[in-house]
Design a protein around this ligand. Structure first.
Ligand SMILES: Cc1ncc(COP(=O)(O)O)c(C=O)c1O
Length: 396
């Protein structure tokens, strides 16, 4: 049968990253393409013991329908944690559990944007968020990211030129894909501009706890005095991505609407995994666990930087992240980045081309994203050498 796909979905492409995953089966493939947490970071034994206990002692609660806002104990724990770690939460705020940060992003856009409204985002930005905005019929206007975050003049211009901008989507800390962190000065400027032009900020912070160098900076939500910021967080990168447990904190009035929208989507987030997450935090030392993940990623990031510093010609530029999962490599103009990524695939090394993260899908990009959480130290050593040799070959 010939299907008539809806206007909303007809031009949507599959995520370039999920597509790359499909080509990864070949023996000896080295992937720097994933955005996954390291499998060795999952506290498997603790989670297995707690799971057994939940099914033994509270099976009907774990298997029954639950409330849309989330498992009450987990909501309390999240509230306490984001207050302690990020100074977030006022008496006017409400915190709910969502099915991964991905759903939190989509729901926020859904309740604020009509079709044709504008979402302003960092360029490049997280592909999952961009695709949700697209799927909801929002128009994305990208503001280029430079050292220390969005170009503030370009942001003001975008806000002036788009009076129907409803949402400003930012990942201020260890951004995906770039690994950039927005400076304090720019954070203040972004908040002030959002106020001046009356837009809501969606602050996406799934990597905030994964700092392995430098000092924490205040979240935008902690600067929020008028309910302008919706804060989105997740357990994906600190506990388990497959659990699909994330959270939103924002002004009560807005969160109430989001709850209605969530009811339509999935009734509630998987209750067993909410209970597992909550029990883990009650019984185990979450801070010590996060500290171990930070140490692991510090070592992997350092290894990747050491290999890049040693192997890459100096014309190649890359970020030096202070946390998170990614670094961003920019090739010299002489090299066609699309051809580079394809040739890397032929050599069995996978990276994600920068074009995948463009707000404007028609534009090119001289960059590509490298992930260091998934590959082993040996793979980092070997894979970066292959990429560097390819750059040299293409420059010659
Ligand atoms: C910036 C950013 N936001 C949100 C998410 C979504 O995470 P999840 O839905 O697993 O919580 C990701 C996942 O990679 C991300 O990189």
């Amino acid at each position: 049968m010939q299907y008539k796909i809806s206007d909303k979905m007809v031009n949507m492409k599959p995520s370039a990253i999920r597509e790359i995953f499909k080509s990864l089966g070949t023996p000896g493939a080295i992937s720097f393409a994933a955005g996954n947490p390291a499998p060795e970071s999952f506290p498997v034994k603790d989670l297995a013991a707690i799971s057994a206990d939940i099914f033994e002692n509270r099976p009907s609660q774990a298997l029954q329908y639950s409330v849309t806002e989330g498992y009450p104990r987990l909501r309390e724990q999240v509230k306490a944690r984001i207050r302690e770690k990020f100074n977030i939460g006022t008496p006017e705020d409400e915190t709910i559990i969502v099915t991964g940060g991905q759903q939190g992003i989509e729901l926020t856009c859904k309740v604020l944007c009509n079709e044709g409204d504008v979402v302003i985002a960092e360029n490049p930005s997280f592909i999952g968020a961009l695709n949700s905005f697209r799927s909801l019929g929002a128009k994305i206007v990208g503001v280029d990211v430079e050292d220390g975050g969005m170009n503030i003049e370009a942001l003001e211009k975008a806000l002036q030129e788009n009076p129907n901008a409803k949402l400003l989507y930012v990942i201020p800390t260890f951004q995906n894909p770039g690994g950039f962190t927005t400076s304090l000065e720019k954070r203040k400027a972004i908040y002030a501009l959002a106020r001046k032009y009356a837009v809501v900020i969606l602050e996406d912070n799934p990597y905030g706890e994964l700092r392995f160098r430098g000092e924490d900076l205040p979240t935008l939500k902690s600067m929020d005095t008028d309910g302008r910021v919706v804060y989105c967080g997740s357990f994906s990168k600190v506990l388990s991505a497959g659990m699909r447990v994330g959270f939103l904190c924002g002004n009560e009035a807005l969160i109430q609407k989001i709850v209605v929208a969530k009811q339509v989507e999935d009734v509630h987030t998987n209750i067993f995994f909410q209970m597992l997450c909550s029990e883990y935090m009650d019984r185990c030392d979450m801070d010590a666990h996060v500290e171990e993940i930070r140490a692991l990623y510090r070592a992997k990031c350092d290894k990747m930087l050491e290999c890049l510093d040693r192997e890459m010609p100096e014309e190649v530029k890359y970020t030096r992240p202070e946390g998170g999962l990614f670094l961003w490599c920019t090739l010299p103009e002489k090299i066609d980045s699309g051809a580079f990524v394809k040739k890397a695939v032929e050599k069995n090394v996978f990276v994600v081309p920068g074009t995948a993260f463009n707000c404007d899908e028609t534009k090119g990009s001289p960059s590509f994203r490298l992930n260091y959480s998934m590959p082993s130290m040996e793979e980092i050593e070997k894979g970066i050498k292959i990429l560097a040799d390819l750059v040299k070959e293409m420059l010659a």
